[in-house]
Design a protein around this ligand. Structure first.
Ligand SMILES: *Cc1c(COP(=O)(O)O)cnc(C)c1O
Length: 437
C-alpha cells in the first residue's frame, strides 16, 4: 500500500517510509491511497484478536511486511486485552488501559515500535550497515510512558523523552523515567510548549535530524492509528456475542488530537457496522465549534482535569476532514460535544453510583453519550486510561482512596534517572550529538 501526503498530494511513500518519516513535506499527514473494504465481517468478528488484527492490517502494510512478520509484530504488540464492560442496558465502556502503561496509547506505541524495529533491521540487511534511529518526543504524561515502554530494550533505537520539570505528577514521571537503557529522559526547565518547541527545532535542523535519524513517534504516525483500528473491531466482536442487532452502535470518543476518532472512522470505512461517532471534548472545543459554525478558530489551550485532551489545534483533524469531505465516510457520521469541568466531575460520581470507577477522560465521553445518543442507540465509550493514573483527581471527586495497580506500584519505588536540561535548543543539540549511538 502507498500513502500520500494530504497537503502535497504528489508525495507518495511506502508504509515503511511513512512510519520512519512520520510527517510528509510541508507538515502534511500521510493517508492510504485506498481504503481496504472487508466483506467478511461476521467471519472476522468470530476470530481471536491477533488473527483478526492481522487480517485487518494486512492490506495496509502490503509490500513492506509479510503476513508472518505482521503476525509476529501484532502478537508481540497486542499482548493484553481490550475489554468491553457493560455499564447499563444501553451503555458499555471499552477498557483500553490493560497494557503496561495503563493507557490506550500502549496499542499504537507498541505496534509502531515493533514496526520500526523490523524496518531498521531490514534496512541494515539491505545496505550492510546499521543506521540507528533516535526517537525524540515531548510529553505531558501518557505519551512518554507508552513510547518509553514500547521501545525499551530495542536495539539501535535511542529514545529521548522531554517533559516539563515539576509539572507532571510524580507517579506519571516514575512511569517513564525509571527504565534506563535506551530510554533517556530530560527534565526541561520550562513548560510543555517549551518541550514541543525543542522537538520542532530539532526536526527543523536538517543536519541534526539526518545525523541522528530523527523520528518523533507522536500520534500523527500512521502506524499508531492503524493499530487502533483493531480495537474497534474487538469491541464490536465482544458486543456481537451478547447482541444480535448490530445496526445501532454509536462510539463516543474522548478526543484530544483526534487520533482515536481517525482510527474509528477507518474501521467504519472498512465495513465495521458503526452507525456514528460522537467526538467528546473538554473545554478545548475547537472541533465542536467548527462543526457548528464552519469556522476553525482555536482558542488558547486551557488546563482541565482531563488533561490528555487539553489540545486546541488537534493534529489529526486533517485526516478526519479528508474522510468526511471525500465521502470515505458519510459526512454526517461525526458529531461533537464539549463537556465542562463540573459536568465531568458529576459524571465520575454518576458512574460510580452505577458501580463503575472511572476517570475524567472516560467521564467526558460518557456524558457526551448521555447528551447525544437517541433512543435505541447502543453507546460504547472509550476508557482511554486507568483511573489510578488520575488518582489524585478521582480520589478528590469521589472522596475515597484508590488502590494502585501493579504497573504503577512497581515503578513507584524506583529512582528517577532524568537529566536536567535548560529550555535551550543549543544545549539539547549538543546533548543529542554527544550521546549519539
Ligand atoms: C491521548 C489521550 C486522549 C486523546 O486521544 P486522541 O487520540 O489524541 O484524541 C484521551 N484520553 C487519554 C487518557 C489520553 O492519554
Amino acid at each position: 500500500m502507498k500513502y500520500y501526503n494530504l497537503k502535497e498530494n504528489s508525495e507518495q511513500v511506502t508504509f515503511a517510509q511513512a512510519v520512519k518519516q512520520g510527517l510528509g513535506k510541508n507538515q502534511g499527514l500521510f493517508f492510504p491511497e485506498s481504503m481496504p473494504k472487508l466483506d467478511n465481517i461476521d467471519e472476522l468478528l468470530a476470530m481471536p484478536l491477533v488473527e483478526r488484527s492481522v487480517k485487518i492490517l494486512q492490506p495496509f502494510v502490503k509490500g513492506d511486511l509479510t503476513k508472518k512478520e505482521l503476525t509476529d509484530i501484532i502478537t508481540d504488540a497486542f499482548n493484553f486485552p481490550a475489554l468491553l464492560q457493560p455499564i447499563s442496558p444501553e451503555r458499555a465502556i471499552l477498557e483500553l488501559f490493560h497494557g503496561p502503561t495503563l493507557a490506550f496509547k500502549d496499542f499504537g506505541a507498541r505496534f509502531m515500535a515493533k514496526c520500526l524495529q523490523a524496518f531498521v533491521a531490514k534496512d541494515a540487511k539491505a545496505s550492510g550497515e546499521t543506521k540507528p534511529l533516535t526517537i525524540l518526543t515531548a510529553t505531558s504524561g501518557d505519551t512518554g510512558a507508552a513510547v518509553a515502554h514500547a521501545f525499551h530494550g530495542i536495539d539501535n533505537i535511542r529514545v529521548v523523552i522531554m517533559y516539563p520539570k515539576g509539572k507532571i505528577s510524580l507517579l506519571q514521571e516514575k512511569m517513564f523515567t525509571t527504565l534506563g537503557g535506551n530510554i533517556e529522559t530530560l527534565a526541561v526547565e520550562g513548560d510543555f510548549d517549551d518541550c514541543q518547541s525543542l522537538v520542532k527545532q530539532s526536526f527543523d535542523d536538517r543536519e541534526l535530524a539526518n545525523t541522528i535519524g530523527l523520528n518523533s513517534a507522536n500520534s500523527i504516525n500512521i502506524s499508531r492509528l492503524l493499530a487502533q483500528v483493531c480495537y474497534y473491531f474487538e469491541a464490536v466482536a465482544q458486543l456481537s456475542r451478547a447482541k444480535s442487532d448490530l445496526s445501532n452502535i454509536v462510539f463516543s470518543i474522548p478526543s484530544g488530537n483526534f487520533g482515536n476518532l481517525t482510527a474509528g472512522l477507518f474501521a467504519k470505512a472498512m465495513g465495521l457496522p458503526i452507525k456514528r461517532f460522537i467526538a467528546a471534548t473538554n473545554a478545548n472545543d475547537t472541533v465542536p465549534r467548527y462543526l457548528e459554525t464552519g469556522q476553525w478558530t482555536p482558542n488558547t489551550t486551557v488546563a482541565t482535569i482531563s488533561n490528555a485532551m487539553d489540545v486546541s489545534n488537534p493534529n489529526n483533524w486533517p485526516r478526519v476532514e479528508h474522510m468526511l469531505k471525500s465521502g470515505i465516510v458519510e459526512e454526517g457520521c461525526v458529531s461533537s460535544v464539549s463537556i465542562d469541568e463540573e459536568q465531568t466531575q458529576s459524571t465520575v460520581i454518576q458512574l460510580s453510583k452505577l458501580g463503575y470507577i472511572s476517570e475524567p477522560h472516560a467521564a467526558v465521553a460518557y456524558k457526551a453519550l448521555q447528551y447525544s445518543a437517541t433512543e435505541g442507540e447502543f453507546g460504547v465509550f472509550l476508557g482511554t486510561a486507568h483511573p489510578a493514573k488520575f488518582k489524585e483527581v478521582v480520589e478528590s471527586i469521589l472522596g475515597q482512596p484508590l488502590g494502585l495497580p501493579k504497573e504503577l506500584a512497581d515503578c513507584a519505588g524506583e529512582p528517577i534517572l532524568s537529566k536536567d536540561l535548560a529550555a535551550n535548543f543549543s544545549d539539547l543539540r549538543s546533548y543529542l550529538l554527544s550521546e549519539a549511538i
